[in-house]
Design a binder for this molecule. Structure first.
Ligand SMILES: O=P(O)(O)OC[C@H]1O[C@](O)(COP(=O)(O)O)[C@@H](O)[C@@H]1O
Ligand SMILES: [Mg+2]
Ligand SMILES: [Mg+2]
Length: 334
């Protein structure tokens, strides 16, 4: 049963049984992400007023200069998840290695690991353009009671039990899936409550929007160049509209609502692309597929890629079903 006044908390409880492990742990997990998102949202909304803009002066494991808000969001999510004693490990874009989280009385009984991109779209923070947070949740594979290991994090995306993102945009939303469709909840900042504003979100099968950083065009694989030319050709419902915010979460969200495709291909400079498989591509691919869309690296379904490293990158194509199939066709025939 769904009604516009249903809160996220009510929805989580009402749909708990859908979740095969359903011990309430997942609900507590989603609730803690909801809380951390509010803390980060509070800071994002007044970013220009407090000393949270600009670089933090450190470089992360990706060799990227960390923004102050990257660090703030990273700490907020790690603290909130740790304090709730429900995860046994966290991996983050901003942490070189995974973090082991002890449960009650320092035990290793917790069953879930969380992989997170605390602040997505970092290049947009200082210019007041929408940014996000991305999360991916797995059940551990090593026996509970033992310390978490890298193996628990390097699971293929098709093993995710939940995934989602928070978008800090004109409004703040949480969009997530536990493998039973995709639902979106909008924050009413006056009372700090999320409401079920976007039920059963679906990617239109076709779309007329393509999102790619065309500034890198000359470095793209021939197949991607051919697909972009196809999008720009005066034919049928084309040329498509080019829209690129530069925040994966925001470009994905728009394309899921309006119909579109997001592409971040490999280039000579980035032979594996830029986006990270574990905490950017896998969660967005799970949401895309649950919303009737598709996600691949042009050749392989993202969710079937076996991860080998915590921060590995992959080429990423994601969006409306027929647009992704067309892009793959160009890439595989190039
Ligand atoms: O500036 P570019 O090369 O187009 O890259 C933009 C892409 O990189 C990202 O900012 C990478 O994410 P982070 O900001 O979390 O590092 C994506 O959100 C975005 O789609
Ligand atoms: Mg990111
Ligand atoms: Mg990030």
């Amino acid at each position: 049963m769904r009604h516009k006044n249903q809160t996220l908390g009510e929805f989580i409880i009402e749909n708990q049984e859908e979740f095969k492990y359903s011990s309430g742990e997942l609900s507590r997990l989603i609730n803690s992400i909801r809380l951390a998102a509010k803390v980060v949202n509070h800071e994002v909304n007044k970013a220009g007023l407090v000393d949270i803009l600009g670089a933090a002066g450190e470089t992360n494991v990706q060799g990227e200069s960390q923004q102050k808000l990257d660090v703030y969001a990273n700490e907020a999510f790690i603290k909130t998840l740790t304090n709730r004693e429900i995860v046994c490990g966290i991996a983050s874009e901003e942490e070189d290695h995974f973090i082991t989280i002890k449960g009650r009385n320092q035990n290793n009984d917790n069953k879930y690991v969380v992989l997170i991109d605390p602040l997505d779209g970092s290049s947009n923070i200082d210019v007041n353009v929408s940014v996000g947070t991305i999360f991916s949740i797995y059940r551990r594979v090593t026996p509970s009671g033992t310390p978490v290991t890298l193996e628990d994090f390097l699971q293929p995306g098709n093993k995710q039990v939940a995934a989602g993102y928070i978008i800090y945009g004109t409004s703040t939303m949480i969009v997530y899936t536990t493998g039973h469709g995709v639902n979106g909840f909008t924050l009413n900042p006056a009372i700090g409550t999320y409401y079920h504003s976007h039920p059963n979100m679906q990617f239109p099968e076709d779309g007329t929007i393509y999102s790619v950083n065309e500034g890198n065009y000359v470095h793209f694989p021939q197949g991607v160049k051919d697909y972009i030319k196809y999008c720009q050709r005066e034919e049928g419902d084309r040329p498509y509209t080019s829209r690129y915010i530069g925040s994966l979460v925001s470009d994905f969200h728009r394309n899921m609502i309006k119909g579109g495709i997001y592409i971040y291909p490999n280039t000579a400079k980035n032979p594996d692309g830029k986006l990270r498989l574990l905490y950017e591509c896998n969660p967005m691919a799970f949401i895309a597929e649950q919303a009737g869309g598709l996600a691949s690296n042009g050749f392989t379904r993202i969710l079937d890629i076996q991860p080998t490293e915590l921060h590995q990158r992959v080429p990423f194509i994601c969006g409306s079903r027929n647009m992704v199939l067309k892009a793959e066709e160009f890439m595989q025939n190039a």
